[in-house]
Write a new protein. Structure first.
Length: 379
């Protein structure tokens, strides 16, 4: 029997679309920053919120009309569910949960962008993003009474150890001009923002599984609450788009190009938000978070070669690369994309359970056939 088995699950295409949409959005931000030499943190926030509202609204209306006219759902293959008598929570609690989900989403965005620890490494946010898997798993254990299996426990321990080692390596090889106080504060803020994002994902999953809310209706209401939170977060005279443009862009052609790029950012935000909420519904938040860091070993190489990251230190790079490979491996083990067939790590996986069920069924059928054959011989 093979010690390692790889399996591809259904609907993984939604995670891939979400990942590449997020990646293209980040690349677009880099292009705008390098070509226009301006930072539009709060403008991106407004566009992200608008993308949530429009993405949720348009898909929800399309589903609703499709259900009414054709009695079927064409987009995402998701049925509209309205079980008002079965939903456990009242409207007030559901509204409160959506409010919290939106709050955590905005908090994650603001803190990860305002206090991004890029002074240590440009890809540190990628290398520590497996925090989402750990945080989501702990939320599910204590809030949803989620049963952890052996391969889950081993994977979480491995992820936690690798994250700790990654921070220790960054401390050892950090720039000598960076104080430890600044270093640990920035890392704390980043990990805090990842935990906030995990709460957002888990709340969305709860609203769908327990309260039977349509995911795109959830996304729409999150965006509406997000308008309030984003306005509060951006109370800053330096964040006004008009002032930024007047102070930095004088040519009409460049202004039109910037507006076009921001429109593309808005469209990407619609796609990213729609596929993110659907991925949270289709998979567990722990599975969705895997897409955030599974390709980190490749990104490490890019940032080291092209951006001279890791303080251009080969020891720091190689150690971080090894840890990122291990993190990606155990992220796949947790979500059963890779099944390790030793030390009993495969006993509680869905694949092993189905395999045992098939063997039991085959054995039962074989016994029935033998019994029938024996009766026939006696006759």
């Amino acid at each position: 029997m093979a010690c390692i088995r790889i399996q591809v699950k259904k609907n993984i295409g939604y995670l891939i679309v979400y990942f590449f949409g997020s990646l293209l959005r980040k690349i677009l931000c880099v292009i705008i920053k390098e070509n226009f030499d301006i930072t539009l943190t709060y403008i991106y926030l407004y566009l992200m919120i608008l993308g949530e509202i429009m993405g949720g609204l348009l898909i929800f209306l399309y589903q609703y009309n499709s259900k009414r006219k054709r009695k079927e759902i064409k987009y995402f293959g998701l049925n509209l569910i309205y079980y008002k008598n079965i939903a456990r929570d009242g409207n007030f609690k559901k509204a409160l949960l959506i409010c919290f989900a939106s709050f955590f989403d905005i908090l994650d965005y603001v803190y990860s962008n305002m206090y991004h620890p890029s002074i240590f490494s440009e890809c540190v946010d990628l290398r520590l993003s497996s925090t989402q898997t750990i945080a989501s798993a702990l939320i599910f254990i204590y809030a949803f009474k989620y049963k952890m299996k052996k391969h889950h426990k081993v994977s979480l321990i491995a992820l936690g150890l690798c994250l700790c080692l990654s921070i220790i390596i960054d401390v050892i090889f950090k720039n000598k001009y960076i104080s430890l106080k600044t270093f640990f504060f920035s890392y704390f803020v980043f990990i805090f923002s990842e935990i906030c994002f995990s709460f957002n994902n888990c709340i969305e999953k709860y609203l769908f599984d327990v309260d039977y809310m349509n995911p795109f209706q959830i996304l729409l209401f999150e965006g509406l609450f997000g308008v309030i939170f984003s306005l509060i977060a951006s109370i800053n005279p330096n964040s006004r788009f008009k002032d930024i443009i007047e102070n930095n862009i004088k040519e009409t052609g460049r202004l039109i190009l910037l507006i076009f790029l921001l429109f593309i950012y808005f469209l990407l935000s619609m796609i990213v938000n729609a596929y993110k909420v659907y991925a949270n519904i289709t998979f567990l938040p722990m599975a969705r978070s895997l897409i955030e860091y599974i390709l980190n070993p490749i990104f490490n190489i890019y940032f080291f070669i092209m951006k001279l990251d890791f303080n251009n230190n080969y020891y720091s790079f190689f150690l971080s690369e090894i840890l990122c490979i291990i993190i990606s491996l155990f992220g796949c083990v947790y979500n059963e994309y890779i099944i390790l067939s030793f030390c009993g790590l495969d006993n509680e996986t869905d694949f092993a359970i189905k395999e045992r069920a098939n063997q039991t069924e085959s054995l039962s059928l074989s016994n029935i056939d033998d019994s029938s054959s024996s009766n026939y011989d006696e006759d």
